[in-house]
Ligand binder design. Structure first.
Ligand code: PRP
Length: 182
């Protein structure tokens, strides 16, 4: 039913599984015995983080924060707001932030700075997608699933006006969807 609104598939369900398996193997090697906090940034992280956790073969703690930058539209507003803070102290802990996408880099940069300020032992980022063409600040995530071109993508956690997050793959929307809803 949602498929009919999709122009093209950018990352298929099968490719996502392969990407996530590879990331899981690397992270498992790097974080053995470190008991990291895997910190998901809501809401976009949910499908990716849930799948990634299944490929981590060590003890981890899960935490979430809700920060927003897009406010439902298609372009980053440039403002980052903390809607829900994580409940776990990060002092002296290794934190791995799980993101669906790094675009301008503003969201992730703010969260990384905050966690370092709070005394985290290390702060790294795993993102399913990296969109370097959207960057307005210098930021390179440590673990990147796939580098994507400058296109507005939905699915697998990413939304257009809160819709399409439940698509099992990532794709671009048919222009008529956002042109008619403006
Ligand atoms: C999206 C996405 C990232 C951020 C990336 O979240 O999940 O967190 O934007 O953009 P940036 O690199 O330009 O900051 P959004 O604020 O839309 O919230 P959501 O996860 O609830 O959709």
């Amino acid at each position: 039913m949602l498929d009919k609104d999709i122009e093209s598939v950018l990352i298929s369900e099968k490719e996502i599984e392969e990407i996530v398996q590879n990331l899981g193997t690397k992270i498992t090697n790097d974080y053995q015995d470190k008991f990291p906090i895997i910190l998901g940034l809501l809401k976009g992280c949910v499908p990716f983080m849930a799948q990634l956790l299944k490929h981590l073969e060590m003890h981890i703690e899960i935490a979430f924060m809700n920060v927003s930058s897009y406010h439902g539209g298609m372009e980053s507003s440039g403002e980052v707001k903390i809607d829900m803070d994580l409940g776990t102290p990060v002092k002296d802990r290794h934190v791995l932030i799980a993101e669906d996408i790094v675009d301008s880099g503003r969201t992730i940069q703010s969260v990384v700075k905050l966690l370092k300020y709070r005394g985290a032992k290390s702060v790294k980022v795993v993102t399913l997608m990296d969109k370097p063409a959207g960057r307005v600040i210098d930021f390179v995530p440590e673990y990147i699933g796939k580098t994507i071109p400058k296109a507005f993508v939905v699915g697998y956690g990413l939304d257009y006006e809160e819709k399409y997050r439940n698509l099992p793959y990532v794709g671009t929307l048919k222009p008529k969807i956002y042109l008619t809803e403006e």
